[in-house]
Design a protein around this ligand. Structure first.
Ligand code: NAD
Length: 460
C-alpha cells in the first residue's frame, strides 16, 4: 500500500512518517527544496526565531534589562539575526529529511498533480497509489489593488516580512490577525513605527471578546497604532515607498498613508489550484476547501485530505494531529482528532492563547460561570515584570465542565496545554482548582481563575 502526500505541510510529513511507522509503503511529494511546508520554512519557525531575537533586543533597548540591573546599549546586527533564523530553519527541515530516511519514506521531488483517482504525476513521472493524502496547505489571500512583490521589499506578505534587509521607518500592516500582530511586533521591537489597519471593529477575530479588547490595549501601549473599522483599497509603489488608500469600512472619505513597507496579512486560502482535482473527481466547496468526513476521507474512496485544505482553523498542530489520524485510518486503525479542543496561540509578548469556546459562544449554548484572574496577581509574573494579561476559565453553570480557557500572559502558549489536556479529560473547574500547581509559576493563574469560577481565588 502506498500513502502519497502531496506538498507536505506539517500535516503531510507527519502523515507520511506515521504511515511508514505503521508499515505502509510511503512516498511524499514536495516541490520545495526542503521539507516541512510553510510552517517550518516560512511560517511558525522562522517567525519565532525573529520574535525571540527581537524580544532580546527590546529587553536591552527598551529598558527592561536595565530595570533588572543590567545596563547595556544594544547594537542591532540584522544580518546576524537573520542568520540565526536561517540556521533554525535549516536544522529543523534537515531533521525531517533525516526522519524520512530513518522511516524509509520516499521523497518525490516536485509538485504532484492528479492524473486519475489513484494516480499522480510528479516531475514527469506517474505514481499509482491505493491511498493518496492531500496536504497542500494554504497561501496568502491576495488583496485586490495591493500587489505583493517580496523581492522589492516594499509590499510584502509574511514570507517577505521575515526577510527584510533593513528595519522599515514606517510599516503598515493590513489585517490585525495573527500574522500582522506577530510580524508587526518583530519590526516594532527593532525600531519601526507600526500602523495596523483592520477591517473589523476589533483585532484578533474569533478570539474571546475580553482577550481581543485587552490585547488591543496592550499592543497600543507597546506603540502599535491601530486603524480599526478601516479598509485598504489600494497600495501603489512610488519610488522606495508605498502610498496606501484607506477608507472607513462602512464607506466614507478616503485618506492616504505612506509606508516604507506594507505587510499584507488578511488571511490565507487553501492551495487547491493546479492539483488536477477534476481528474480525481474531486470538487472544492465555496471557500475553496476540500470537504472530508470525520476520518478525513473525501468523497472519492482512497483520497484523503488534511490540514489547511480542509475546513477548520489553519494551524500547524491541527494539521499534524490530522496527519497522524489519517495515517492510522488508512492503516485500518481508528484515528481521531477532537476539533473542539484545538488550542490557538499568538506568539506576541505577552502571548495570547485560547482553547475551546469563547465566553460569547458558550453563552449562546447555555448558562455559564466565568472565573478570571489577572497576571498582576500572580507572584511569578509580577517578579518577572510581566504584569499584563489574565486567565479566564469558562465553565458550564450546571455541570461545571470547562468549556473554554483564554490566557494573555508571557508564557500563555505553554500554559494553554494544561487547559487543553484538562478539557480533553472532561475536567470541571473544580478539578483544576484542586490540582496542586507548582509555586511560583505563571500556571498558578489558571488554578486561581478556576477557583474564581466559584468566587474563591486567594490572591485577589
Ligand atoms: P487572520 O485571519 O488571522 O487575520 C486577518 C485579519 O485581516 C482579520 O482580522 C481580518 O478582519 C482582516 N482583514 C481582512 N481583509 C482586510 C482588509 N481588506 N483590510 C483590513 N483588514 C482586513 O489571518 P492572518 O493573520 O493572515 O493569518 C493567516 C492564517 O495563518 C490564520 O488562519 C492563522 O491562524 C494562521 N497563522 C497562525 C499562526 C499562529 O498560530 N501563531 C501564526 C501565523 C499564521
Amino acid at each position: 500500500m502506498t500513502c502519497l502526500s502531496s506538498v507536505p505541510s506539517p500535516g503531510g510529513y507527519v502523515a507520511a512518517i506515521r504511515a511508514a511507522q505503521l508499515g505502509l509503503k510511503t512516498a511524499c511529494a514536495e516541490g520545495r527544496e526542503t521539507l516541512g511546508g510553510t510552517c517550518l520554512n516560512v511560517g511558525c519557525i522562522p517567525s519565532k526565531a525573529m520574535l525571540h531575537a527581537s524580544e532580546y533586543y527590546e529587553a536591552a533597548a527598551g529598558g527592561a534589562m536595565a530595570k533588572m540591573g543590567i545596563d547595556v546599549t544594544p547594537k542591532l546586527n540584522l544580518p546576524a539575526m537573520h542568520g540565526q533564523r536561517v540556521d533554525a530553519v535549516k536544522g529543523l527541515t534537515g531533521g525531517i529529511e533525516f526522519l524520512f530516511k530513518k522511516n524509509k519514506v520516499d521523497w518525490l521531488k516536485g509538485y504532484a498533480q492528479f492524473t486519475g483517482k489513484d494516480s499522480v504525476e510528479v516531475a514527469g513521472k506517474t505514481y499509482r497509489a491505493k491511498n493518496i493524502v492531500i496536504a497542500t496547505g494554504s497561501s496568502v489571500t491576495p488583496l485586490p489593488g495591493v500587489a505583493v512583490d517580496n523581492d522589492k521589499q516594499i509590499i510584502v506578505d509574511s514570507t517577505g516580512a521575515l526577510e527584510l534587509a533593513k528595519v522599515p521607518g514606517h510599516m503598515v500592516v493590513i489585517g490585525g490577525g495573527v500574522i500582522g500582530l506577530e510580524l508587526g511586533s518583530v519590526w516594532r521591537r527593532l525600531g519601526a513605527k507600526v500602523t495596523c489597519v483592520e477591517f473589523l471593529d476589533q483585532i484578533l477575530p474569533g478570539m474571546d471578546a475580553d482577550v481581543r479588547k485587552d490585547a488591543n490595549r496592550i499592543f497600543k501601549k507597546q506603540g502599535i497604532e491601530f486603524k480599526l473599522k478601516t479598509k485598504v483599497t489600494k497600495a501603489e509603489v512610488k519610488g522606495k515607498k508605498a502610498v496606501l488608500t484607506l477608507e472607513p469600512a462602512a464607506g466614507g472619505d478616503a485618506e492616504t498613508l505612506e509606508a516604507d513597507v506594507v505587510l499584507v496579512s488578511i488571511g490565507r486560502r487553501p492551495n487547491t489550484e493546479g492539483l488536477g482535482l477534476d481528474k480525481a473527481g474531486l470538487a472544492v466547496n465555496q471557500r475553496g476547501q476540500i470537504e472530508t468526513d470525520h476520518d478525513f476521507s473525501t468523497q472519492v474512496p482512497g483520497i484523503w485530505a488534511i490540514g489547511d485544505v480542509i475546513p477548520g482553523p489553519m494551524l500547524a498542530h491541527k494539521a499534524e494531529d490530522e496527519g497522524i489520524a489519517v495515517a492510522e485510518n488508512i492503516a485500518g486503525l481508528t484515528g481521531i482528532v477532537n476539533h473542539d479542543v484545538i488550542p490557538s496561540v499568538v506568539y506576541t509578548m505577552p502571548e495570547i492563547a485560547g482553547v475551546g469556546l469563547t465566553e460569547e459562544q458558550a453563552k449562546e449554548r447555555g448558562e455559564v460561570k466565568v472565573g478570571k484572574f489577572p497576571m498582576a496577581g500572580n507572584s511569578r509574573a509580577k517578579t518577572n515584570h510581566e504584569p499584563d494579561g489574565f486567565v479566564k476559565v469558562i465553565a458550564d453553570a450546571n455541570s461545571d465542565r470547562v468549556l473554554g480557557v483564554w490566557i494573555i500572559a508571557s508564557v500563555a502558549g505553554t500554559m494553554i496545554a494544561q487547559a487543553a489536556q484538562a478539557m480533553e479529560f472532561g475536567a470541571t473547574s473544580e478539578d483544576i482548582a484542586y490540582t496542586c500547581h507548582a509555586h511560583p509559576t505563571h500556571s498558578e493563574a489558571i488554578k486561581e481563575a478556576a477557583m474564581a469560577v466559584t468566587g474563591k481565588p486567594i490572591h485577589i
